[in-house]
Design a protein around this ligand. Structure first.
Ligand SMILES: Cc1ncc(COP(=O)(O)O)c(C=O)c1O
Length: 385
């Protein structure tokens, strides 16, 4: 059966050149980068090169990159690291209701430790306002964490403007840039951030590796204790295979970023045009201006999302909804709930389609036709009047 993968925001496959690089490293280099002999030095060289590449990609210094097991760990290190090191200056933290669980859940843990966390709302298009951050700021606010691009809607948040406002405040500013990194050229100085998280498996690199950018002036409480690796910010022998693959993925990204963006733009336009041509009844979640073209979050009125996802899967199409499905009941997406409220149908009938470098226009056409076919079956009167 033909299979179409449209869930690149969840994860991407390994780029063939990344795989090639990793195969070579697997066969050749196995020294521990902390060892001083020649085997160790070979690995250290690869580690240093990867760190330089990662730093360069966000306009940062070599020493500001901390390799982690992915963005979940990078977010945890940023959140607990700041909270525990700066609690003497205050115990108030600001974030948003639309963050990934890798931010929301650590924040909830901090609440249990006596921190006060403000979870800011967003507007109907899924964007937090600079004014809302300003209003929430207090003298005892020590930390603000706001994602750059939302993983469910593709909506970009005004990080530069928020960072600008925070320059005169003691609060340390972190952004989860996982979904942005593969699309826009990020620069930590232009973004005005102190900390930034990235994950390799969203940019055609291997899973289980990522980094936290840390401005050299920011002190973090150590979270993992052990050896001296990552200048003690993250003890443990480095995941060298992952790091080698990640470096290659970054190199390719830097080379191809603009072409990839153009490709995603073309695909999302084709997708929307296809829905219109087939008179499919739908609403876009989010708005076009601040929207990243690789993610389309679409509501199909009248549809029951679990049934729809199952039907798409039977047709070979892999997509996702933000809703978690537990024991037959749907737990609606916290992101769509923040945008539309608890009662809006969109939180129950929306699907996320996300595109990648291998997605073809023909696959988009196939997907749109199958959507139409499934809707005709599930909802005979679904088309626009
Ligand atoms: C916005 C965002 N933050 C964090 C993560 C977690 O990244 P990782 O899988 O590298 O732990 C993801 C992955 O889905 C994400 O989309």
């Amino acid at each position: 059966m033909k299979r179409v993968y449209l869930d690149y925001a969840a994860t991407t496959p390994l780029h063939p050149e990344v795989k090639q690089e990793m195969m070579e490293a697997l066969e050749g280099t196995y020294g521990n980068p902390s060892s001083i002999h020649s085997f160790g030095r070979e690995s250290r060289k690869l580690l240093d090169e990867a760190r330089s590449e990662a730093a360069r990609s966000i306009g940062a210094d070599f020493s500001s990159i901390i390799f982690t097991s992915g963005a979940t760990e990078a977010n945890n290190l940023a959140i607990f690291g700041v909270a525990r090191a700066h609690a003497h200056k205050g115990k108030h933290i600001i974030t948003t209701q639309i963050e990934h669980h890798a931010v929301l859940h650590p924040m909830e843990e901090l609440e249990k430790e006596g921190f006060e966390v403000t979870f800011l709302p967003v507007d109907e298009s899924g964007v937090v306002s600079v004014e809302a951050v300003e209003e929430a700021l207090r003298p005892d606010t020590i930390f603000v964490s706001i994602m750059r691009v939302n993983n469910e809607t593709g909506m970009q948040q005004p990080i530069e403007a928020i960072g600008e406002r925070l320059k005169e405040h003691q609060a340390i500013f972190h952004t989860d840039a996982v979904q942005a990194y593969g699309l826009e050229k990020l620069d930590v100085t232009a973004l005005n951030v102190d900390l930034l998280s990235v994950s390799s498996h969203k940019i055609y690199g291997p899973k289980g590796i990522g980094f936290l950018y840390r401005n050299d002036d920011i002190h973090l409480a150590q979270q993992i204790f052990g050896g001296e690796q990552e200048r003690k910010w993250r003890s443990g022998t480095e995941n060298m295979l992952g790091i080698v693959g990640f470096k290659k993925a970054i190199e390719l990204l830097e080379k191809e970023r603009e072409d990839r963006m153009t490709h995603y733009q073309r695909l999302s336009e084709k997708f929307i045009a296809g829905l219109n041509e087939l008179s499919i009844d739908y609403h876009m979640n989010g708005k076009k201006e601040e929207h990243m073209p690789n993610i389309l979050n679409i509501s199909f009125p009248g549809v029951e999302v679990e049934m729809f996802l199952t039907n798409l899967d039977l047709e070979g199409i892999a997509v996702s909804s933000g809703s978690a499905c537990t024991a037959g009941s749907i737990d609606p997406s916290h992101v769509l709930k923040a945008m539309y409220g608890e009662k809006n149908d969109r939180i129950y009938n929306s699907i996320r389609f996300s595109f990648g470098i291998e997605t073809s226009e023909e696959e988009i056409q196939f997907c749109v036709e199958r959507i139409s076919k499934i809707l005709n079956r599930l909802l005979p009167n679904h088309t626009r009047g």
